[in-house]
Ligand binder design. Structure first.
Ligand SMILES: Cc1cc2nc3c(=O)[nH]c(=O)nc-3n(C[C@H](O)[C@H](O)[C@H](O)COP(=O)(O)O)c2cc1C
Length: 555
């Protein structure tokens, strides 16, 4: 086999002729490559085969022949998924020309998937299986103008980093641009009205109020994305309900004139035993996205954990931090380990305070309510063929992750605490400890993954029964998230041995309505509620909290 390096996909690739044809490696990020060093008017179809692209039509050609041909502008790589060339999908009438809304709308399947951003139409058929946000969301918005949604949830330069110019099909025509603009306006008008009716953040009384108002302030797609849980939403409901099933045993006649709620989370001072849980796509309802949370968390003196799929980059978020403010970074490890390693190293370089590896997403949960709300209900003939199940987007979430990988992750970010997020059974707390994790989050992902997974408060209770020695260890912390909406919820978790708690949705909703002020206000509300709770329980310090203050018989 002979081979030669050529420039493609904006980087150097190796082009080889083997017995079975032409191969390109490493794997292309897309199914189509422009090889700058080759020029010819002829094109070659190549198919994907594992990590290489294996040629079909030039099997007999020698590398010398291929490379000596002149004026070849492109090598077209045919995706295994679609088995169609780009030319098949893009009629010559549209290539580089103006595209109507109707034509865009015809490309909405896995065989041919187009989207428009800022009037530019992109063919993302070959990118679907690698889309970090999953196949489903791309399919939901296929054949449409996604400008608003795209910009809300993707950091700058996402298109340049992930697509190549050959995937640019053309520009929308003027009537399509107008049509999409007016469709967006209807929802914008509703949101505008809700925004005008909004009162000052000072009048917000409880965290649940943030949610109530956010519903009117959010585009429907955002509301369903944020609020839903998996399947029948039993875990979503139970997360909060578990707190309702635990009662206090308050003690009286104690001096409670002074209450201290400060603590340390992963070695860093925190005003309160709480942090912002990582949640993706905060930009759907708040133009500043996670940056609004950074400002609010900074003002409130608590830790923010930034999602791997945040709408704003860690770099942008770090720029917004105050002196001494810390930000943790959460990762979904990929099957491409080198890619994950690079991302962890980058987070380390950018100054992330801790690495949170989320382990409860080996496959994405089925969020029924969101699917129902966003399903397209076109009038369909009764004999319309069934849609085959979506291909699993396994590249974005590594189902092969095991406990021994904690060591690997720790080696990539020397000295940083590594937190295992998404533990749902007490035995896994013990294993996390044994494998060198610095902390765990007892969590079922806010009820979005495995429906009927235990409420995290119950997992914590189980730990008290089966492995009490795991709790309050000097180099190992236990966090809990899911359904926490009041200061009393936090006190209950702390009584059962949690070192701190995380909140996800409340901070999204608070930022939606009131930006960083909303986030700060949410923390103030929780602080007041915790203070009242501690005084009425008869405790001055967090260390005094323990199971003796709870009746867990109904948990
Ligand atoms: C809209 C949304 C997006 C989320 N995105 C992520 C994420 O990117 N990474 C992650 O580890 N957890 C994610 N989570 C889970 C949260 O970190 C947290 O476990 C959960 O929200 C806690 O439940 P709560 O919303 O009831 O507070 C997400 C949760 C929601 C609601």
């Amino acid at each position: 086999m002979s081979s030669r390096k050529v420039a493609a996909f904006g980087r150097s690739i190796r082009l080889s002729i083997a017995r079975d044809g032409l191969s390109l490696s490493p794997r292309s990020p897309v199914g189509k490559a422009r090889c700058k060093s080759i020029s010819s008017s002829q094109s070659v179809k190549v198919g994907r085969n594992g990590n290489s692209l294996v040629a079909g039509s030039i099997a007999a050609a020698s590398l010398a022949t291929v490379l000596s041909l002149t004026q070849w502008p492109t090598i077209h790589a045919e995706s295994e998924v679609s088995r169609k060339t780009h030319e098949d999908r893009s009629p010559s009438s549209t290539k580089g020309g103006r595209i109507s809304a109707e034509e865009l709308g015809q490309h909405k399947t896995l065989e041919s998937l187009w989207v428009a951003v800022d009037g530019d139409v992109w063919d993302v058929t070959d990118f679907v299986s690698q889309h970090p946000g999953g196949t489903e969301i791309l399919l939901q918005h296929a054949g449409k103008d996604v400008t608003r949604l795209f910009k809300a949830i993707h950091p700058d330069h996402t298109i340049e980093k992930n697509l190549v110019s050959d995937q640019h099909v053309g520009r929308l025509d003027d009537s399509a641009i107008k049509e999409f603009a007016s469709a967006q306006n209807e929802e914008e008008e509703r949101i505008q009205k809700a925004r005008e009716a909004l009162f000052g953040v000072d009048s917000v009384v409880s965290l649940n109020d943030f949610e109530r108002y956010a519903k009117d302030l959010l585009p429907a797609v955002a509301w369903y994305y944020y609020s839903t849980g998996a399947d029948g939403e039993h875990s979503l409901f139970d997360n909060a309900d578990a707190y309702n099933r635990v009662h206090f045993r308050p003690r009286v006649m104690r001096d409670v004139t002074r209450v201290d709620m400060s603590t340390k989370i992963l070695g860093v001072e925190s005003a309160l035993p709480m942090y912002v849980s990582p949640t993706a796509r905060n930009g759907l309802g708040q133009p500043l996205g996670e940056v609004a949370v950074t400002r609010g968390a900074g003002a409130a003196g608590i830790l923010q954990v930034l999602s791997h799929y945040a709408s704003r980059s860690l770099e942008d978020v770090m720029k917004e931090t105050k002196e001494g403010q810390k930000v943790g970074w959460q990762i979904y490890t990929s099957t491409d380990r080198e890619k994950s390693a690079k991302q962890i190293r980058e987070a380390y370089e950018l100054g992330a305070q801790s690495i949170w590896v989320t382990v409860d997403t080996a496959i994405l949960g089925k969020r029924e309510r969101e699917r129902r709300a966003t399903a397209e209900r076109e009038p369909a003939a009764h004999d319309k063929p069934l849609t085959p199940p979506l291909p699993k987007n396994s590249a974005a979430h590594d189902a092969g992750l095991t406990w021994k990988d904690i060591k690997w992750i720790k080696s990539l970010a020397p000295g940083l605490p590594v937190v295992v997020k998404g533990v749902g059974a007490w035995e896994d707390v013990v294993l996390a400890q044994q494998h060198g994790a610095d902390a765990v989050v007892l969590s079922n992902h806010g009820g979005r993954q495995l429906d009927y997974a235990n409420p995290p408060l119950k997992t914590l209770h189980d730990l008290n029964i089966h492995s009490p020695s795991s709790i309050h260890q000097p180099n190992f912390q236990i966090f809990v998230d899911g359904g926490i909406r009041h200061g009393t919820d936090i006190l209950k978790a702390l009584c059962l041995g949690a070192d701190a708690v995380g909140l996800g949705r409340p901070f999204i909703y608070a930022a939606t309505g009131w930006g960083s002020d909303g986030v700060q206000k949410a923390v103030m509300i929780l602080k007041e509620e915790m203070e009242i709770g501690m005084i009425l329980l008869g405790v001055n310090k967090l260390e005094e909290l323990g199971p003796q203050y709870l009746d867990t018989s109904k948990l």
